[in-house]
Structure formats: structure tokens, C-alpha cells
Design a protein around this ligand. Structure first.
Ligand code: PEP
Ligand code: MN
Length: 338
């Protein structure tokens, strides 16, 4: 961390700041220029974050050199994190697609969806059991009954299942049935939940919060990692902006930024980003083009009759078409690299 002082800082104020930094266990290096004095702090920056350095008399700015996340940072790992998911390995350079309904409505619809998305090339099945709905009067999922259906469909199809856990009290039961624990956008900064899934024996699919910066997102991942769970998949699902033509704004630039910043795999949810069926394919292609490791897509046997998110759900045919187009794009990109 570097502390830049105002041109008129007094010796007493400068010394006061240096003493606070030294007391926190860091060394200082004072550099006096013609108009300004700068103090470089050498040591663990985290200790300085708790001091109100920016507000001390004579201080103009405080510039952080280190990143606030460590375990999530690319430099921390020797290579990309690869998450084993059934027979697939998410993040190994292949393109992994997770698909299924927004919510599990009954056993028949989940089984037919699983068979169809598997045949189209999906590596895992999604399906909400506990649904975070904006209105408390909307369908909020079948709860444990849906978890049982998910587990039974996994038995029948061999597809690993991904489902959302909304509350610390649900972690145990969701772990009993699911292969991947999804943390929804609305819970990205639920720090007790992040710590709880950080101690769970299952990979975590962490969705970006509606108003989260990329740094907030990586710090949320850091919570999970720092509790011991190193299997975190990041999911860009659109953020809230002033734009109303789409449900959310897909931050497409976040994908290459995240790929540069972290070793964790990054997937995209074009369904919640778009909020409209017709935009799911173009957003999925964009995600594949900018280097995402995969997708999570909402698919329903009869989207017009879906109990949640029908507007943005694809039917089986549209999903198979999307898989064909996305894989063709990936192949042509790979050919061009050769
Ligand atoms: C979901 O995936 O079903 C969901 C509710 O997504 P998000 O948390 O991104 O809104
Ligand atoms: Mn949904």
C-alpha cells in the first residue's frame, strides 16, 4: 500500500500515520519529493485495511497495491481449477453446459428434460427446489420433494444435479441430494451462507450478485475458498442496470476479466441475463466467443406452461439447436487458433 500526503502535511501528522502503520506490524519507506511525501508500506496489507488511513490528517490518497482476494487470484494457483462433475471436468478447456428447468415441477418433466438435455450434450442437470422469488406469492419450489426427484433422475440418467441452497439451515439437506450447491445472485453476499457452503463437501456454483462488482464477486468466492472448499464455479448472470429491454444486462466483458484475474472456471447464464427466449442463443454464442468455460441454461418441456421463468426457458428443440451452434462456434475458434 502507498500513502500519498497532501503538499502541506505537517511533520507531526506524517509521523502519526507512520506510527499507526508500524504499530500494525508493517515497515515503512518514506519518499520525499519536491512537493509531496509518499510512504510505501511493506507487509501484510490486510492489516492496514482496518485502519482509517484515508481519513487521517494530511493524507490525500491511499493506493492499494495488492489484491484484496488471495486464494481466488490467478497467481495463487499453478493452473486452472478443474471441477469434476460426473464424467465431465468443468474448466479443463472443454465447454460444459448445465441445463434444466428453473424449478423442479414434478418427476415426469424433470426426467424428460434430463434425457433431452443429455442427448443434446449437457453434462449436468439444473433444477430449483428452493426458489428465491421476488414476490412471496410466486411459486417457491417443492423443497425436499424436489431434491428427492433430482436424486432419482440422477440415478436414471447419470447426470449430476445442480440446485440452489438459499439458507444455512438447508445446506445439510441439499448436500445429501445435490452434486453442486448453487448460491443465487440474491445471496452472493450472504456471508454466513458462503462460510457454510465453504465447509461443505460439494462444489459451489456462485452466481454474481445483481449489484456486485467483479471485485465483490471474487471476494464472495474468497469466502468459500477460505473456509476450505476449493471447488468454486463462477457464474456471470447479468447485473442490474438502467436498461429495461433485457431482464438484466449481461456483463460480457466480465468473462475475460475474470479469466485473467482468477484460476476458477467461469460460466454464463444467458437465461437470467436475457429474461427472453429469443436472446438466449445470441448471448450463449457471445459467452462461448469470449472464452467462458460453459453455460447454465433454463430448459423446459413446455415453456409456455412453466411454473417459473417460462419467458426465458428454451424447449428441447431450441436447446438442441443452441448446443449445435455453440459447439460449432467453439470448433471454428479452435481451428483458427491452430
Ligand atoms: C436460478 O438460477 O434459478 C436463479 C434464481 O438465478 P439467479 O440467482 O441468478 O437469479
Ligand atoms: Mn429461473
Amino acid at each position: 500500500m502507498v500513502i500519498v500526503f497532501r503538499p502541506d502535511v505537517s511533520e507531526a501528522d506524517l509521523q502519526f500515520v507512520i506510527d499507526r502503520v508500524t504499530e500494525a506490524g508493517l515497515k515503512t519507506h518514506v519518499s520525499r519529493g519536491t512537493s509531496r511525501t509518499i510512504v510505501g508500506c511493506i507487509g501484510d496489507e490486510d492489516r492496514l485495511r482496518e485502519l482509517a488511513l484515508q481519513s487521517l490528517p494530511g493524507v490525500e490518497t491511499v493506493v492499494s497495491i495488492e489484491k484484496p482476494y488471495k486464494l481466488a487470484a490467478r497467481e495463487y494457483a499453478a493452473g486452472a481449477t478443474v471441477i469434476p462433475l460426473g464424467k465431465a471436468r468443468l474448466g479443463d478447456g472443454s465447454f460444459s453446459v448445465i441445463a434444466g428447468p428453473c424449478s423442479v415441477e414434478n418427476a415426469e418433466m424433470l426426467l424428460s428434460t434430463a434425457k433431452s438435455v443429455k442427448a443434446a450434450g449437457a453434462i449436468a442437470l439444473r433444477g430449483g427446489a428452493f426458489k428465491p422469488r421476488t414476490s412471496p406469492y410466486s411459486f417457491r419450489g417443492l423443497g425436499e420433494e424436489a431434491l428427492e426427484i433430482l436424486a432419482s433422475v440422477r440415478e436414471q440418467t447419470g447426470l449430476p444435479v445442480v440446485t440452489e441452497v438459499m439458507d444455512t439451515r438447508q445446506v445439510e439437506v441439499v448436500c445429501k441430494y445435490a452434486d453442486v450447491l448453487q448460491i443465487g445472485a440474491r445471496n452472493m453476499q450472504n456471508f454466513s451462507l458462503l462460510s457454510e457452503v465453504g465447509q461443505a463437501p460439494k462444489p459451489v456454483l456462485l452466481k454474481r450478485g445483481l449489484a456486485a462488482t467483479i471485485e465483490d464477486f471474487l471476494l464472495a468466492a474468497e469466502y468459500v475458498l477460505s473456509c476450505g472448499n476449493r471447488n468454486v464455479i463462477l457464474c456471470e448472470r447479468g447485473i442490474r442496470t438502467f436498461e429495461r429491454a433485457t431482464r438484466n444486462t449481461l456483463d460480457i466483458a466480465a468473462i475475460p476479466v475474470l479469466k485473467a484475474e482468477t484460476h476458477l472456471p467461469v460460466i454464463v447464464d444467458p437465461s437470467h441475463a436475457a429474461g427472453r427466449r429469443d436472446l438466449v442463443l445470441p448471448l450463449a454464442l457471445a459467452a462461448a466467443a469470449v472464452g467462458a468455460d460453459g453455460l447454465i441454461v433454463e430448459v423446459h418441456p413446455d415453456p409456455d406452461r412453466a411454473r417459473s421463468d417460462g419467458d426465458q426457458s428454451l424447449d428441447f428443440k431450441a436447446f438442441a439447436g443452441l448446443m449445435g451452434d455453440v459447439m460449432a462456434l467453439r470448433e471454428s475458434a479452435a481451428l483458427r487458433k491452430k
